[in-house]
Write a protein that binds this ligand. Structure first.
Ligand code: ASP
Length: 337
């Protein structure tokens, strides 16, 4: 039987049109998309377009919006063979990561896509991305949250936006593409896919109660900046460190401040600023001080996945000690161990 895909329109450039104030969500997008897909020569699955009440620019997305998307999928899960979510590119990787944590054990694909140029503008990448996403979601092969963009299907919680303007806007630097479109055909990388689960384990806790902050080290960064962040009493602070998880260690005050925060219950994470490779504090003396201060290094977890995972684990009601343990245990293929 032909596959039936839910096409959820959450917002983003894909469904916008130029206005005097810049791009903004356009009326009539659903009809425009229907007409464009009807002209498509490639075989497409049956789809039903389900616009959210208020499509947004994803720059406005919050953790509560991630949960709304997960709810859209979970409440309609039995009615469709797969899901395509049209989403803004700016925070697509955050939403994809959060969805992968809420919708664990997926046995159907959830594919996010969007565009750099709106469907309403000639020469756009929007139509091809939707076509590819529909085809990937109806292939019956992938059972995870993925991002489909510019002919590539990437693991959602490994993805990051790498270009503000190029059509090839996403990459998953520490995980190979799940599939690529070559000459109009999908070529799957079976070894890169998450194994299909025997039962779904969806968990949709109330999101947004945790305060998750981040700090990127740069030469000469004043300690007062770190102190100001910690004065917000974050549940978690993601430290974007140099290389393999290094931070300056000449001034012992940094270690003291971090240790005090960690002892007081803040979960401190060390990840690498590099696109490729892992943080492993302890490889250098300049990183060992972080480990001594209670900072947990999170291997090759991407920033978006680390941020969404912190929100998820705290939303699940975990204590700081439980979060420190759970952050380094993969939930949905988001990090290598
Ligand atoms: N600002 C837009 C958004 O993320 C950008 C895009 O969709 O490409 O919603």
């Amino acid at each position: 039987m032909a596959k039936h895909i839910a096409l959820i329109h959450a917002g983003g450039t894909i469904g916008m049109a130029p206005t005097p104030n810049g791009l903004a969500p356009m009326p009539g997008f659903a009809d425009l998309l229907d007409q464009a897909l009807a002209r498509c020569a490639a075989p497409l699955p049956r789809y039903t377009l389900l616009p959210l009440a208020q499509p947004i620019d994803s720059a406005n997305a919050t953790p509560q919006d991630w949960r709304t998307l997960a709810q859209e999928v979970s409440t309609r899960y039995q009615d469709y063979d797969g899901f395509v979510i049209l989403h803004g590119t700016d925070t697509m990787a955050f939403s994809a990561a959060a969805l992968s944590f809420m919708l664990q054990g997926l046995r159907k694909p959830v594919v996010l896509t969007g565009a750099q140029v709106p469907l309403s503008v000639p020469g756009n990448d929007a139509l091809q991305n939707v076509i590819d996403a529909l085809r990937a979601a109806s292939a019956g092969i992938c059972t995870e949250v993925a991002i489909c963009f510019a002919g590539k299907l990437l693991r959602g919680n490994r993805s990051t936006k790498i270009s503000a303007s190029a059509f090839d806007a996403f990459d998953s630097p520490n995980h190979p593409p799940l599939a690529r479109f070559a000459d109009g055909e999908l070529a799957w990388n079976a070894a890169a896919l998450l194994p299909s689960m025997s039962v779904e384990r969806f968990t949709l806790p109330e999101y947004g109660k945790a305060t998750v902050l981040s700090l990127r080290f740069a030469p000469g960064l004043p300690l007062a900046a770190l102190e100001a962040l910690l004065a917000c009493h974050p549940h978690a602070l993601i430290l974007d460190c140099y290389g393999s998880g290094n931070a300056p260690d000449r001034d012992p005050a940094l270690q003291t401040i971090l240790k005090q925060a960690s002892d007081a219950g803040a979960v401190l994470l060390a990840r690498t600023q590099c696109l490729h490779g892992k943080a492993a504090t302890g490889a250098y003396a300049a990183g060992a001080a972080l480990a001594d201060a209670g900072v947990v290094s999170v291997a090759d977890l991407g920033f978006e996945a680390a941020y969404a995972k912190m929100h998820h684990l705290f939303a699940c009601g975990m204590s700081p000690a439980q979060v420190r343990q759970a952050i380094i245990e993969p939930l949905a293929g988001e990090l290598s161990i």
